[in-house]
Design a protein around this ligand. Structure first.
Ligand code: NDP
Length: 386
């Protein structure tokens, strides 16, 4: 039996992870579950999986969680520091599935404690990739990517050396607006943006997929996880989301990983690594799918990937700045405060008008993050009143 802690249990990746545990209950002991504010959801899961510790990130919900778990013997904690402490809890695997920069501190704590981390929380790696990779190296922890593209690359690299890799090709579905013009995109609503054609995901990553910022963030993720040089990582639009990414070796052999677009498949691969586990997912039926299509990305209509490339090329605090501005912009779009195309415009504006300090610590990353959020907010307020 293996033990796991799951950060972001009430989210889309969290639910998929727990579904896998339900199907293989004899093999897993869930020790820690966390959520942000969904007390009812967290308490129900904590009871179902008989966890040792349940943490609610919003400290104002502590009493509610205590009441919801009264008489169960489950320990309860609240607040960002409690998340960090929970990440040090001794387990075989930490699943990092919080959305946004809020996942960074617990993920770093888990890596520093030497825990293997199944990583979905891409914003932490985007903002703080160098520090995270360094922490993993220092403690001997392994980062097992859950993002389907990086999980595919990780699988295609098994048994091989990065030195032999000529190219990594990150596939992208193109999102719900793949065929839309810039003018059509400008009037798209949050409901239309979160309606992803292939994947069922949380709201933030769904909007990121629609702007293609998600692919840009993934480019930065890949740059840290598989350091072969940014110029050797390419993006290929593949609307069916069946090939999850490809690795081309110097002998021109190209390996790809395929599967139905179901997050339980990459999650199962990370959970069971270096072995395999049963996943209750649809088998890949290529006869039914019939054809696979590919297109070059269009950076005129979707400028986010170019911004991400520029951010990682410049390095320093740029990726953290970009990530923070994007989080603010996506939240504003989802709240109906700005239009769809204003998301990437806002990120670009912040990057054009502020040079972040080069971070050397987590503290510095949080400073860059806060400054970028504040800048994005000021720009939005000025726009709203202008
Ligand atoms: P969801 O929005 O569905 O879930 C987010 C989870 O994080 C919830 O448990 C939420 O708690 C918790 N959370 C939110 N804000 C905070 C906070 N400030 N502090 C602590 N916990 C918080 O997101 P997804 O599951 O879609 O995505 C999670 C991560 O995985 C993201 O980084 C995303 O990019 C990545 N990812 C997701 C994929 C997917 O298919 N969904 C695919 C690949 C990567 P509560 O419910 O209480 O709000």
């Amino acid at each position: 039996m293996r033990s796991l802690s799951l950060f972001g249990a009430t989210g889309s990746v969290g639910q998929s992870t727990l579904d896998l545990v339900r199907h293989d209950a004899a093999s897993w002991q869930v020790s820690v579950l966390t959520a942000h504010s969904d007390v009812a959801g967290l308490a129900a899961l904590a009871r179902e999986f008989q966890v040792k510790l349940a943490v609610i990130a919003d400290p104002s919900r502590y009493d509610e969680l205590v009441a919801a778990l009264a008489g169960t013997g489950i320990e309860v904690a609240a607040g960002p520091d409690a998340l960090v402490d929970a990440a040090k809890h001794p387990v075989d695997l930490v699943v990092a599935a919080i959305v946004g920069i809020a996942g960074l501190a617990p993920t770093m704590a888990a890596l520093e404690a030497g825990h293997n981390v199944a990583l979905a929380n891409k914003e932490s790696l985007v903002s703080s990739g160098a520090l995270m990779m360094q922490a993993a190296r220092a403690s001997g922890a392994t980062i097992l990517p859950i993002d389907s593209e990086h999980n595919a690359i990780f699988q295609c690299l098994t048994g091989s050396s990065l030195e032999d890799v000529r190219r990594i090709i990150l596939t992208a579905s193109g999102g719900p607006f793949r065929t839309k013009s810039a003018a059509e995109m400008a009037v798209m609503t949050p409901a239309q943006a979160v309606a992803h054609p292939n994947w069922s995901m949380g709201a933030k990553i769904s909007v990121d997929s629609a702007t293609m910022m998600n692919k840009g963030l993934e480019l930065i993720e890949a740059h840290h996880l598989f350091p072969i040089g940014l110029e050797k990582i390419e993006i290929l639009v593949h609307p069916q989301s069946v090939i999850h990414s490809l690795v081309e070796y110097r002998d021109r052999s190209t390996l790809a990983q395929l599967g139905s677009p179901d997050m339980r498949i990459p999650i199962a691969s990370a959970m069971a690594w270096p072995r395999r586990m049963h996943a209750p997912c649809q088998p890949l039926d290529l006869t039914r799918i019939g054809r696979l299509d590919f297109e070059a990305p269009d950076e005129q209509r979707f400028p986010a990937t170019a911004l991400c490339r520029a951010a990682i090329s410049e390095g320093g605090g740029r990726p953290a700045q970009l990530n923070a501005a994007n989080e603010i912009a996506v939240a504003a779009f989802l709240a109906g405060k700005i239009g769809f195309t204003a998301i990437v415009d806002l990120v670009k504006h912040v990057m054009d008008h502020e040079s972040p300090v080069a971070p050397t610590s987590l503290h510095d990353i949080f400073m860059v993050d806060a400054a970028s959020r504040q800048h994005a907010q000021i720009l939005m307020d000025a726009h709203a009143h202008g």
